[in-house]
Ligand binder design. Structure first.
Ligand SMILES: [Zn+2]
Length: 334
């Protein structure tokens, strides 16, 4: 979509200093004929240097991004920056305020709607995606998209990059993952994965990483601390802030492929046999699936299809056919 965004941004991107403003996303509804949804956006402008977008709340039940970015805005003095930061801590604000992955307004999953659509008042999530891709990304040199597992997944704290052998930014992404310094870093394929924010960043030539910092709809001191450290490492790597005092911790580099997922084959109560952060063998028991409607039925034993490291699992036992139970990763080149 090349049409102009109808989202109005109230911020001056270029004035020195720091300030908050709003994106006004048009939303005409029963209760507000000429209404708009306000998406908070912050800018911190220092000296000459790159522009970096820090994004949280693309999914509304993932909390490290919003809180870390609220903190960062308060703590950073813009005159110490070599460059400019654009903060979008609650990219899908209606979803964050509802505590849900998707928007309660239009059921939109912001990370499945790029390139978006500029013109539909009843689909504000597409309008947000379109604004990010067509208005925000062209301002940026780099982007960090802070996710967590949401209510239905729990991750070993990870950072990730979307890349493939043809990717001209592959080496730059690997270096940025090291600078972020999460316990685990993993690569996901670029091919066949076009509707997320990382794909949008690739289309616009912006160096971008994502994260999966925790999940299960929680926020912990450890995952928030990792968000802070990782953001600082990323910004220092890009030269926007002074090199941080502590060296980044070593990260384990993995690859997550389609065969690394285990899905529930039917409805039931799933009792996992392993937790995230463990090594598993191909054929090892992943857990047992009980049929709550026929307790006399033998539970179904589910096995891992391949060997790997358990990157994330579903923390909620109640499952339906098609729910992702586990995601594995394999050491890169292994
Ligand atoms: Zn997410």
């Amino acid at each position: 979509m090349s049409a102009k965004s109808r989202v109005l941004c109230t911020l001056d991107w270029d004035a020195p200093g720091k300030r908050w403003g709003y994106l006004r996303v048009p939303h005409s509804s029963d209760r507000s004929a000429y209404g708009w949804i306000g998406i908070p956006v912050g800018v911190l402008k220092g000296g000459e240097g790159p522009t970096v977008a820090l994004v949280g709340g693309v999914h509304g039940d993932e909390y490290e991004g919003p809180v870390a970015l609220f903190e960062l805005f308060r703590e950073l003095a813009p005159e110490t920056l070599r460059g400019r930061l654009i903060l979008l801590p609650m990219a899908n604000t209606p979803a964050v305020l509802a505590g849900t992955r998707c928007s309660p307004v239009d059921r939109g999953n912001l990370n499945r709607l790029f390139v978006g659509d500029p013109g539909l008042d009843h689909e504000p999530t597409k309008a947000i995606a379109h604004w990010i891709e067509e208005e925000l990304l062209p301002l940026c040199d780099a982007l960090l998209d802070l996710h967590s597992g949401g209510r239905t997944l729990l991750y070993v704290p990870s950072a990730l990059a979307r890349t493939g052998p043809e990717d001209p930014r592959r080496a730059a992404k690997l270096a940025a993952l090291e600078a972020f310094g999460a316990p685990v870093s993993y690569l996901v394929a670029a091919a066949g994965n076009e509707t997320g924010l990382l794909a949008a960043a690739d289309r616009k030539g912006v160096l971008a990483l994502g994260t999966e910092l925790g999940g299960a709809g929680t926020l912990t001191p450890a995952t928030l601390a990792l968000a802070r450290r990782g953001i600082a490492g990323f910004l220092a790597h890009l030269g926007v802030i002074e090199t941080r005092a502590a060296a980044p911790s070593a990260t384990r580099l993995l690859e997550v492929r389609p065969e690394h997922h285990l899905w529930a084959p039917r409805r039931g109560l799933f009792a996992p046999a392993v937790l995230e952060g463990t090594e598993v063998e191909a054929g090892q028991t992943a857990g047992r699936l009980f049929d709550p409607e026929e307790p006399e039925r033998e539970p179904l034993e589910l096995r891992f299809p391949v060997a790997g490291f358990v990157v994330c699992r579903r923390p909620m036992p109640l499952v339906e056919r098609g729910d992702c139970l586990f995601q594995l990763g394999a050491d890169l080149g292994g």
